[in-house]
Design a protein around this ligand. Structure first.
Ligand code: ACO
Length: 310
């Protein structure tokens, strides 16, 4: 890597050009993107688990159809994102190995259990709501394949968000039991959703490089503020109580949250709290059970290659 190459690269970023696969890029830009995109892909795939558990228990045909479509969308998002990461020179096998050996993370939010049906709705409203804020920002990022994947993913996430909100507003204004179920779900998911947008900027080692290179156009705290500002009025309007006694609006109109329990966040990521070990065991089982498919594909490709050579 020469200073001239770096200068030309920085100039492209400053001009707002998209960087495409095969273009010259600093090794650290490539490493950061592989880290982030692969972890994002893992989050989509692990994210199928908490909701997938409810497909067979959905309360109506309509809700079941929506949930099946949503979980399938998440599998599709995982696919786009693994492909986007592959354009940077990493293989699918390397990424999956990093997930299963805990070298790569995935979003903390998916290590929480879905105890009732209302948790499925709350995931749509809050978790997908938070994800949209983060991913709308990433749709403008400097790496072409990632930014284009985000455009498609965000439009699908918007459907996920709407169906969750529609369901929760209905329950929040329904029978006393439904209202209680909605409130309990909010009590469980509010803080994990606030945490999922990442540590405070002062404790975010990657933000500097990601911002410099136009990958992150907003910091974790900025995206969190946007998420809170949008969702607090909607939750209050639905008649729900947000489980944060310190929550208040400042003079600028921003909703200011109370202290976040970061020890819980890190314990959940490490699998010391929540369902991290179960989630990885489920992914490992899926990997093992799919081994015969990969073997069959390899055998088929080898036969094709032999046929072509003959
Ligand atoms: N869960 C697990 N790990 C997290 C989370 C989280 N919610 N937030 C931050 N971290 C990790 C980071 O990955 C980083 O660890 P690493 O260096 O080992 O990779 C560490 O905590 C420090 O955080 P930051 O320096 O702030 O990390 P970064 O600058 O990458 O910001 C963020 C984190 C905002 C999640 C960013 O990576 C991002 O935008 N990723 C793409 C979006 C994404 O992955 N969304 C997943 C959930 S959305 C969904 O699937 C529906």
């Amino acid at each position: 890597e020469t200073p001239e190459q770096h200068a030309a690269f920085e100039a492209r970023i400053a001009r707002g050009e998209k960087i495409e696969p095969g273009d010259w890029m600093p090794a650290e830009y490539r490493r950061q993107l592989i880290r982030m995109i692969s972890q994002h892909a893992h989050s989509e795939v692990v994210g199928m688990l908490p909701e997938g558990e409810w497909i067979a228990r959905a309360p109506s045909l309509k809700r079941k159809t929506i949930l099946m479509a949503k979980v399938q969308d998440e599998a599709g998002h995982g696919q786009y994102l693994y492909h986007a990461a592959e354009t940077l020179g990493v293989t699918r096998e390397e990424m999956l190995d990093a997930l299963l050996t805990r070298k790569a993370k995935y979003s903390s939010i998916f290590n929480y259990p879905t105890l009732t049906w209302a948790d499925v709705g709350m995931i749509g409203w809050l978790v997908d709501g938070a994800a949209i804020k983060n991913q709308t920002m990433l749709a403008g990022c400097s790496y072409g394949p990632y930014s284009r994947a985000m455009v498609r993913i965000c439009s699908e996430e918007t459907f996920h968000h709407k169906q969750g909100k529609e369901m929760m507003v209905l329950y929040a204004q329904g029978t006393p039991e439904q209202r209680q179920m909605a409130q309990d779900a909010l009590n469980r998911w509010w803080w994990p959703a606030v945490q999922m947008l990442g540590p405070h900027d002062s404790d975010s080692p990657n933000t500097g490089a990601l911002s410099k290179w136009g990958i992150k156009l907003k910091t974790n705290d900025e995206v969190r503020q946007e998420f809170i500002n949008e969702h607090v009025p909607e939750l209050l309007e639905a008649g729900l109580t947000i489980p944060d006694p310190d929550l208040h609006q400042d003079e600028a109109g921003n909703w200011v949250h109370g202290p976040i329990d970061w020890s819980e966040f890190w314990a959940v990521i490490k699998g010391e709290q929540g369902l991290g070990n179960e989630r990885l065991a489920t992914r490992q089982a899926a990997q093992d059970e799919g081994a015969w498919v990969r073997e069959a594909l390899e055998a088929y490709m080898a036969r094709q290659a032999k046929g072509e050579a003959a």
